[in-house]
Design a protein around this ligand. Structure first.
Ligand code: ZN
Length: 253
């Protein structure tokens, strides 16, 4: 979350991150790293930036932003998000297209506190809210056939795509490409799209994905949290907005 964001949004982010760590302390990611509860790989656990690297990135705002981040930790000292008394998997993402994603649409199982909810961000409030990823027919074939060698990607790219279905949150559920049915989340991963909320344009020049939002879409939207904070919502209200039927309290082992 950009440190330029409002204090209440930063506070909500601090609670989500603290909860994420407690969730892994309770459940453990011992398969990935037996010696540690969490690691600093964004692909595995959570991104981490050292204080001096953050300061270098923030430039003349470093002191102001460092103070805000420390304030977020102090404001929420020891507080985490609980469901049935246990720390939740406090997923968060950058921005959504009107509604967040249901966890079951993105992951193999649905979690009771990670449902699709409305979120206020849009084109005017999020940089690169709309993005386009373009691939030549050759590039597209190379990427898709590496994953699905049985697909038929001969002929005109306009013929490759069929049966695109969209789930309740507006993200692509499935699409048939060259005769192979794949999930929208897989298309996102294969082509490094910013989200699974996309439409496809095809022509002789290739395939263009038109994408809205950024991230998997589950849990708290960071840009949504910022807008809610600017509307006057507290960090507790922001947490309850994005995570269903949860309580906020201290972590007990
Ligand atoms: Zn890890």
């Amino acid at each position: 979350m950009p440190a330029a964001f409002s204090q209440q949004a930063l506070d909500a982010q601090a609670v989500a991150e603290r909860t994420f760590i407690c969730y892994h302390m309770a459940g453990g990611r011992k398969d990935a790293h037996p010696e540690a509860d969490v690691c600093t790989s964004p692909a595995c656990c959570s991104a981490y930036v050292a204080q001096e690297d953050a300061a270098a990135r923030w430039g003349d705002k470093a002191e102001e932003y460092e103070t805000k981040v420390q304030q977020a930790v102090r404001d929420t000292d020891g507080q985490i998000i609980l469901y049935d008394g246990s720390p939740i998997l406090a997923a968060f993402h950058s921005s959504s297209a009107g509604v967040t994603a249901d966890s079951g649409d993105v992951w193999s199982s649905s979690l009771p506190y990670l449902h699709s909810v409305e979120t206020p961000e849009g084109e005017d409030s999020v940089p690169n809210y709309y993005s386009v990823s373009t691939f030549s027919p050759e590039e597209f074939r190379e990427i898709f056939l590496a994953a699905h060698g049985d697909a038929d990607l001969s002929g005109d790219p306009a013929e490759w795509f069929r049966d695109r279905t969209v789930n309740d949150s507006g993200r692509v559920e499935r699409v048939t490409i060259g005769g192979v049915s794949v999930e929208g989340t897989e298309v996102r991963r294969l082509f490094s799209l910013r989200s699974a909320c996309f439409t496809v344009d095809t022509g002789e020049e290739g395939v263009a994905f038109r994408v809205t939002g950024f991230g998997h879409g589950v849990g708290m939207s960071q840009y949504g949290a910022e807008l809610l904070a600017r509307q006057g919502k507290t960090w507790q209200e922001i947490i309850h907005w994005y995570y269903a039927d949860v309580t906020i309290g201290a972590y007990k082992e």
